[in-house]
Ligand binder design. Sequence first.
Ligand code: 7TS
Length: 404
Amino acid sequence: MFDSRKIRADFPILEEKIYNHPLVYLDNAATVQRPKCVIDTISDMYAHCNSNVHRGIHYLSQQATQKMEDARLSVKDFINAKSSNEIIFTKGTTESINLVASSFTDAFMQAGDEVIISTMEHHSNIVPWQLQAAKKGVVVKVIPMSDSGELLLEEYQKLFSDKAKLLSVMQVSNVLGTVNPIKEMIKIAHQHGVAVLVDGAQAVAHMPVDVQDLDADFYAFSGHKMYGPTGVGILYGKEKWLEQMPPYQVGGEMIHTVSFEQTVFNELPYKFEAGTPDFVGNAALKSAIDYIDSIGFEAIQKQESLLLQYALEQLAHVDGMRFFGAAKQQDAVISFAVKDIHHFDMGTLLDRLGIAVRTGHHCAEPLMHRLGVEGTVRASFAIYNTKEEIDSLVQGIQRVAKMF
Ligand code: 7TS
């Protein structure tokens, strides 16, 4: 039996009062809250294990190195990668995508070669490709979307030409909650000899991810969206690609030998980890994975799907409610508008009631253009949310609506 109260007790911040109201935190797609075990790991690392990794022969340095490499193994198991050489620590999804955009295009793409993205991408998976378009003449093609917020697979298939080299697409939309049929899309891309980068930022905390089963060539995600620390992220990449790609940044542990004439880069995964890594954050990421494992995805998915269904039902009773997106496969994210109340007004007034939702374009302006709006109100759920909080949201919205 799932016990929300027990789960909530793991998250100290949920005790906070906002303007004298209990915090109702529904901005989980932006960042989730951290359980105490993650906060404790960060504090313990600084208190007992702080020393730069990889460089020292002394005890503390070796301990810190061990914690970081344990974390790498833990990530490898979490997404079922073949080898820990395929797990690169970055500072988040954005950096992971930038790394691929820069290094993959350097190694494998020429002017006129094509990268395919989708209408619903986050700016982090649009702008890096535009930069490559400006720098190297790479061409960006876009998969269109239906009114219900689903990618049009027939149109997708038509986008492949012999110039296509990479598909870069999100697994779950941070705005609509749409779960894209990523496995099928990867299969199609591979039939055309095209490699695939999956933006898994909104997926990893909500569903089991198996990169080998998906056959993803690259998979990017952030620690802070999976109960882990900020400033830490992952790029998974198949060794066959990573081996051939040049480093993204240089300096520090990613160097094997240096003379003024020549530098030899370190082996994988260090080749892509320039400078002192966030070994504290990386160790805390392991605690986040342990935490997710202790609950299990079966329970997580069951609870979040219950919350989503309940929220959709209850919100539908609100006069003038308009949902954006109605995908058959939807994750625990809902975007909406009420009458013609500006999303910013709705967000500000809900905040006064202690209810944290996100408003605006959610870093997906091209998607907003497709939806024909400037922004939306977004409620997104995590494992600690409750039906009572959804009731508070609905009551809050009704209260705000009366003011207009
Ligand atoms: N990709 C997706 C699908 C995202 O939702 C986000 C962040 C990113 C990439 C970037 O992740 P970062 O950790 O590198 O910043 N999404 C959001 C959001 O929806 N509201 O705030 C951040």
